[in-house]
Design a protein around this ligand. Structure first.
Ligand code: ZN
Length: 217
């Protein structure tokens, strides 16, 4: 979402080989969140131009209606929101049946315990660290304690579920996210808004996450 939509292929190409391990695609429907972004055609286009795994974050209502379409468009992982999934267990089962990694995202106002009973069905547990809808927001510090609780539950259940943070992640808070228990960091503005380009932006966040800031930015 943070990339230049007019030059999406170039932005993605810049990330290849930069250390970035996944492309996180925010799909918004103007209903669940007050913004629009990509649809399945864009996902297909991205699939053609990159070998990076495509991780789709569906910020849409009734995501279960579209799982097969997004899976066939080239998704490697599909994350749905807890808040719009009354039959979440069924949706996660379906995502795995479409040979994708399954994920659940929770908004800032949704408690960590919402994930407890579906965690064993999740390859990714995504803690929103901003209110979804727009890039460029600042990470809400309290969300890091939620990350700690999700990580503790993953450990308690003996799972390999990724604990992912999404929203306002940058080189300044990446280490705190890791220390709280996140092992996947989604960064948008910090990557695509970096003065030296997306590869440098990604590397700065990764270096900070590892505790070795490369250039102080
Ligand atoms: Zn996202």
């Amino acid at each position: 979402m943070a990339a230049d939509f007019g030059h999406l292929a170039d932005a993605v190409a810049a990330l290849e080989g930069s250390g970035t391990e996944r492309l996180h695609v925010d799909v918004m429907d103007g209903v669940f969140v007050p913004n629009f972004t990509f649809g399945t055609d864009t996902v297909r286009a991205l699939r053609r131009v990159t070998d990076l795994p495509l991780e789709l974050h569906l910020m849409i209502v009734e995501p279960e209606r579209h799982l097969e379409t997004f899976a066939s468009a080239g998704a490697d992982a599909i994350t749905v929101h807890y808040e719009v999934s009354p039959h979440l267990h069924r949706s996660l089962t379906a995502i795995r049946e479409f040979d994708c990694r399954s994920g659940v995202a929770i908004n800032p106002s949704t408690p960590a315990s919402s994930l407890d009973d579906v965690l064993e069905m999740c390859d990714l547990a995504l803690v929103m660290t901003i209110n979804p809808g727009f890039g460029g927001q600042r990470l809400i510090p309290r969300m890091l304690s939620k990350v700690e609780r999700v990580r503790a539950e993953v450990e308690r259940q003996g799972l390999a579920t990724d604990v992912e943070v999404d929203g306002g992640v940058d080189a300044g808070n990446a280490r705190a996210c890791v220390d709280a228990g996140a092992n996947v960091l989604v960064a948008g503005t910090a990557v695509f808004g970096h003065a030296d380009g997306p590869a440098a932006g990604g590397q700065a966040v990764l270096a900070a996450a590892a505790g070795t800031p490369s250039d102080g930015r």
